[in-house]
Design a protein around this ligand. Sequence first.
Ligand SMILES: Nc1nc2c(ncn2[C@@H]2O[C@H](COP(=O)(O)OP(=O)(O)OP(=O)(O)O)[C@@H](O)[C@H]2O)c(=O)[nH]1
Ligand SMILES: [Mg+2]
Length: 290
Amino acid sequence: MFKKLMERVDRMLGRGVIDEGLYEELEEALLQADTNVQTTQEILEELRQAVRTEKVTTPEGIKARLQEAIRSRFDQRAESALFRHMVSPTVYLFVGVNGVGKTTTIGKLAKRLTGQGRKVLLAAGDTFRAAAIEQLGLWAERSGAEFVGAQPGSDPASVLFDAITAAKARGCDYVLADTAGRQHTKGNLMAELQKVSRVAEKAHGRGPDEVLLVLDANTGQNAIRQAEEFTQAAGVTGLVLTKLDGTARGGALIGVWERFRIPVKLVGVGERAEDLRDFDAEEFAAGLFD
Ligand SMILES: Nc1nc2c(ncn2[C@@H]2O[C@H](COP(=O)(O)OP(=O)(O)OP(=O)(O)O)[C@@H](O)[C@H]2O)c(=O)[nH]1
Ligand SMILES: [Mg+2]
């Protein structure tokens, strides 16, 4: 969507005029890209200022300005530096709709953490399908992490309880808990997440240290709805943006960020274990215009 925006900017500036019409078109394009009204106005004001004071006249100049304006929206500072690490085991609960990359992200993160000498335990809280449990078990093998699973169909909350108990007994630093993909519109499944969170508290005196909502970068406007529902049900503390290696560039993330101010913790850029990055706003903003 930002590529289109940039093509428009190129076309408009190709005529060599920066007039009200240009700002109007930019406004329309930004709004279409899920940017909220206030942010759009702020970005436009920044551009006007830049054009006035610095005599930005080239398409490249406007582009760079626009890019910087978007990048600065993600200024998260230390928040994103990495996760809070409290008394071990630190528990991260991964949630999200079907197929966004929860299990894969857990596998990648497990690999990263074990590589740093941390003791990690993976909890197969997706008890919906046998294949999901196997998939996580495979990642445990690959990353050298411990693994707690259960029979398909068993209660995900009790899996997490067992996992935390086991992690404490074995001296693990981290518990990474998988959950079944669920549509944010399904009330009963969202309620199940609340129960999973509560059980963590029972097992070690506090809720999950991070509840990470995994979002597929190809998701458009719907990402906002997902964030809304999952935040309400599970108290999301961080975002993971996956499949940034795909064609769509995840512009909807700006909308989610503007609205919820939930820091982006991790980014997935492929299917392999090493395709996990910390979120870098600069890189992200640049990627939007590739
Ligand atoms: N290209 C790309 N593919 C990814 C990325 N992350 C995950 N995938 C792929 O997306 C597909 C789904 O990933 P899963 O990790 O199984 O997703 P999930 O959210 O656990 O899915 P459910 O458990 O069914 O809800 C798999 O084929 C992954 O390899 C990524 O960053 N880039
Ligand atoms: Mg999964």
